[in-house]
Write a protein that binds this ligand. Structure first.
Ligand SMILES: [Zn+2]
Ligand SMILES: [Zn+2]
Length: 509
């Protein structure tokens, strides 16, 4: 318990000082290995700080000691002679991106640099284990070049768990006593927060909520089958991942849906069975969305500060597998074991045996998910951009940009989408010095070749990245990408660890 609290302080301190500490290797690119490195100046550029304020045009951003030293006109800012200068004319500086739902693979040569070259400078990892706690601590100490991370417990599920035998870290709890013990153990192991899952009983769930409150630890995760969304929010759950059972609360048929949901029986590891049994209930919920009920539920979430992390990128793969690009150019950055696992999963689980009715219903569900998250957002529910990276065809780093596009498709403005990946998660994670561009903030920045407010797809047009004050310029970025590709194809890397939803045993095969 105390371990968790002190670890939080350690992380906070790490972010404060880590910015000034040298990073290790940069895949051969010039890394500054002592002190805080030289100053970096981005000259004559446009700054979008993601507060909603108007862009600042024709300014110079000076970074020193890992932080933004100043932002001003060419006349106001003196660029030191030894500074690394990025010509920012025609370019746009935005905060480094935060992916609020990832599953690290444990492949050190792949994930950390892949996040960084894509401008993702902070991640929230949603299924913790020793390797990921080690990454987090090494990044904070400046000995691993990767995104800052905030890392969950192993997933805490009911007994039997949907994840049993699927190769993903989890703990099964059958009752309140086991639930409390799991929370204490996770905190002792180094978790920053607790992640709950689908099959928890109400007793176990509320014991987790109580234990977390007692220890001052946040808990987040899936909306359990047995707990309505509003009840979970009132119990203290602060983020809700995906849109599976979350939208049952907003259906005019909620009673009927819950009656049928309570009858669902799922054996250990039978994730597909769970999907198959909940599918008709999802269709019913989507078709019976009730604006009046939604107003109540969304009002409750907004008042509690309970966030939604819809992971639309992952839903798109699962709902619309026909549209997945199996020869996607980004696959080159992943090991063969991962590529093969994803392909097997796509063919054998997502596409196999799909009827025309299935295809049509899943298309309808995806549209309805966009509609639902948009309605929640308009009603004041805070939304975070998260991808579920690590599940099939959801790519570390790259996919965060897909999620921004999905949010805009749902109805977010480009600024609102940017905020869901910068200022909003920074606030949520208790990292006030990242997720923005202002004097004294930590210098986690992306420099874009085109205006993301004109077209959100422009966040993909990354020219350079600055993380903790360290510049990855255009040349170094290319070098890092080819180093990742080489690592992926040397054949020694293991398959990825399985993520959460939709990552059944095949991925480990
Ligand atoms: Zn996940
Ligand atoms: Zn999940």
């Amino acid at each position: 318990m105390a371990a968790g609290l002190s670890r939080r302080r350690v992380i906070g301190a790490g972010i404060g000082i880590g910015a000034g500490i040298a990073v290790g290797t940069m895949g051969g690119a010039a890394a500054h290995t002592t002190g805080s490195g030289p100053a970096v100046a981005i000259t004559g550029t446009t700054v979008i700080d993601a507060t909603g304020a108007r862009p600042l045009r024709d300014v110079t951003v000076l970074v020193r000691g890992g932080r933004i030293a100043t932002i001003g006109t060419a006349r106001e800012v003196r660029v030191p002679a030894d500074a690394d200068v990025v010509d920012g004319r025609g370019k746009f500086v935005v905060p480094g991106f935060i992916d609020s739902h990832v599953h690290g693979s444990g492949q050190e040569e792949i994930d950390p640099p892949l996040f960084l070259v894509n401008g993702v400078t902070t991640v929230r990892d949603m299924n913790g284990h020793a390797r990921l706690y080690e990454w987090r601590d090494r990044v904070a100490a400046g000995t691993l070049f990767g995104p800052r991370s905030v890392v969950a417990s192993g997933i805490v599920d009911g007994d039997p768990s949907l994840l049993a035998g699927l190769g993903s870290p989890y703990v099964e709890v059958a009752n309140a006593r086991e639930a409390r013990a799991a929370v204490r153990q996770a905190v002792a192991d180094g978790a920053d927060f607790i992640k709950v899952y689908a099959r928890l009983t109400p007793d176990a769930y509320h014991a987790i909520a109580h234990e977390c409150r007692k220890l001052g630890v946040t808990f987040v995760g899936h909306t359990p089958d047995a707990i309505p969304l509003a009840e979970a929010s009132a119990a203290g759950q602060r983020s809700f991942e995906h849109i599976y059972t979350s939208w049952f609360d907003t259906s005019s048929q909620e009673k009927e849906i819950r009656r049928r949901l309570a009858k669902i029986r799922v054996g250990g590891g039978e994730y597909n069975s769970w999907f198959n049994q909940t599918h008709p209930l999802e269709v019913l919920a989507a078709r019976t969305f009730d604006p009046a009920r939604a107003r109540q539920v969304f009002g409750r979430l907004a008042a509690d500060g309970s966030h939604q992390v819809p992971t639309l990128t992952q839903h798109r793969v699962f709902d619309l597998p026909e549209s997945v690009a199996v020869h996607d150019d980004r696959l080159r950055y992943l090991p063969a074991a991962t590529r093969n696992g994803w392909q097997a999963q796509l063919e054998q689980l997502y596409l196999a045996g799909r009827s025309a009715k299935d295809v049509a219903e899943h298309r309808e569900l995806f549209r309805a998910r966009l509609h639902w998250i948009s309605a929640a957002h308009r009603a004041g529910v805070p939304v975070l951009a998260g991808t579920d990276t690590g599940t099939a065809y959801v790519y570390p780093g790259f996919s965060l940009h897909d999620e921004l596009e999905n949010l805009v498709e749902a109805g977010f403005s480009p600024m609102q989408a940017l905020q869901a990946a910068t200022s909003a998660p920074a606030r949520f994670l208790g990292l006030p010095d990242v997720g923005t561009v202002r004097r004294n903030a930590i210098a986690d920045l992306a420099v874009l070749d085109a205006d993301p407010l004109a077209d959100i797809r422009n966040t993909k047009r990354i020219h350079a990245v600055i993380v903790g004050g360290k510049l990855i310029n255009a040349g170094q970025r290319e070098h890092l990408l080819s180093a990742i590709e080489t690592a992926a194809n040397t054949g020694t890397l293991p398959a990825r660890l399985a993520g959460c939803a939709c990552t059944p045993a095949l991925a480990a095969a």
